[in-house]
Design a protein. Structure first.
Length: 403
């Protein structure tokens, strides 16, 4: 089978996902087009250089609706003969775009693809698409649906993670992200977002709060306790599914959960012949990909079975992985992963994660693959694994290996 290589990986800075965020006036289509242009320009792509653009996006309504991928291509400097495919696997949409592209290349369906994603959470609110799993009683009741924050708190309760545990992980994320920015670890990957006059709108992740400490986090109220304990009482729904739990321990809040942000990311994937044609050197090969369905109520445990599956399918052990990127949707998700595999935090999210920098849903999967690749190069390591939990109970993972 043909090998699929990563030739480039880049992202925008993450802007605060609200009206005073620096990227608030930028549409998802425009930010996507700017990101595609950066891939084209950095790699001197000409003509029908790639087979397709596969673009992840979660809330596919209003200005993020339609086939956003094709809209982004037409708004960019890419050749109009390049089509576009918009996909949605919730939080893993950006990763799934990369995985789909890699497997297309491996199967011989084209020499190269641009894959990634976007989410403008300050312009198109999460949940505004009215997903049936959340709003249709015929589905929600049978599946014991609860919001993701309740699911994160169920994990904490089931596996004995305390609020102090979660807050300490959150502080580490902030400190690591600050160090990464201070040391220029993202310099090769983060592109500047400029306005139509060429003036820089944003050149850094503006959601970060490096001054965070245990005292400031301790002042925050649990974010999901009210919806769990008061009407509509999602804790009771969860305990119908898990009757062994006497109560849900609500440990998550804004400081130890992922931030709502805007952003986009792209990965250039191709075979050997593509690199030779454009004079590009591959940075890594995509060694393996996987996805899996999980319990839809606890919902966010997916990184564990996805990692078990991808390792087993490829005859690998957890010790074969040098570095991990586990999306920090909530602190308990990362703690569960480290607990399940006995992985030291020194190998996980070493440059911070979504708690510090934010989680632009459709883009994050591609972002963490790029971050993982950068860190493998910086630390002179060989093999890395990126994984995410996914809404409604799924998991996805990607293993990359430097070449």
């Amino acid at each position: 089978m043909t090998e699929a290589y990563i030739y480039d990986a880049l992202r925008t800075p993450r802007g605060k996902g609200r009206k005073d965020g620096s990227l608030h006036e930028v549409t998802a289509a425009r930010l996507s087009s700017l990101t595609l242009n950066a891939v084209k320009d950095r790699n001197n792509l000409e003509g029908h250089a790639v087979e397709d653009v596969i673009w992840g996006n979660v809330t596919q309504v209003m200005e993020q609706g339609g086939c956003l991928a094709r809209t982004a291509v037409l708004g960019s400097d890419l050749d109009e003969r390049i089509p576009g495919l918009a996909i949605n696997r919730f939080c893993a949409s950006g990763m799934e775009a990369v995985n789909l592209a890699a497997n297309q290349v491996k199967g011989g369906a084209g020499m190269a693809y641009i894959a990634g994603g976007v989410e403008m959470m300050g312009r198109v609110a999460m949940g505004s698409d009215g997903a049936a799993i959340a709003v249709d009683p015929s589905l929600a009741i049978d599946q014991y649906f609860v919001p993701q924050g309740i699911s994160a708190d169920i994990i904490a309760t089931e596996y004995g993670f305390s609020r102090d545990d979660a807050d300490q992980l959150a502080i580490a994320s902030q400190q690591r992200a600050k160090k990464a920015w201070d040391e220029g670890r993202f310099a090769n990957s983060v592109i500047k977002v400029k306005d139509q006059n060429g003036l820089t709108i944003l050149d850094h992740d503006e959601y970060m709060r490096p001054q965070t400490d245990m005292q400031s986090l301790g002042s925050l109220n649990p974010a999901f306790q009210a919806m769990g304990e008061v009407m509509p009482g999602f804790d009771k729904v969860a305990m119908l599914k898990y009757p062994h739990l006497e109560k849900i321990n609500h440990i998550h809040h804004a400081g130890n959960s992922s931030g709502i942000v805007d952003g986009a990311a792209a990965v250039l994937i191709g075979n050997k012949e593509f690199g030779e044609k454009y004079g590009l050197k591959p940075r890594a090969r995509i060694r393996a990909t996987t996805k899996i369905g999980t319990d839809p109520t606890i919902m966010l445990t997916g990184p564990v079975p996805a990692t078990k599956k991808i390792l087993a399918d490829n005859g690998m052990n957890i010790s074969d992985i040098d570095l991990f990127e586990v999306n920090e949707a909530f602190a308990s998700v990362v703690m569960l992963f480290m607990d399940a595999f006995g992985v030291d935090h020194d190998k996980v999210n070493v440059n911070g994660g979504s708690i510090a920098m934010g989680h632009p849903l459709g883009a994050t999967g591609a972002m963490i693959i790029g971050t993982l690749l950068d860190e493998l190069e910086r630390a002179d390591k060989e093999v890395g694994l990126a994984t995410l939990c996914i809404a409604s109970g799924m998991g996805a993972a990607t293993i990359i290996e430097r070449v």
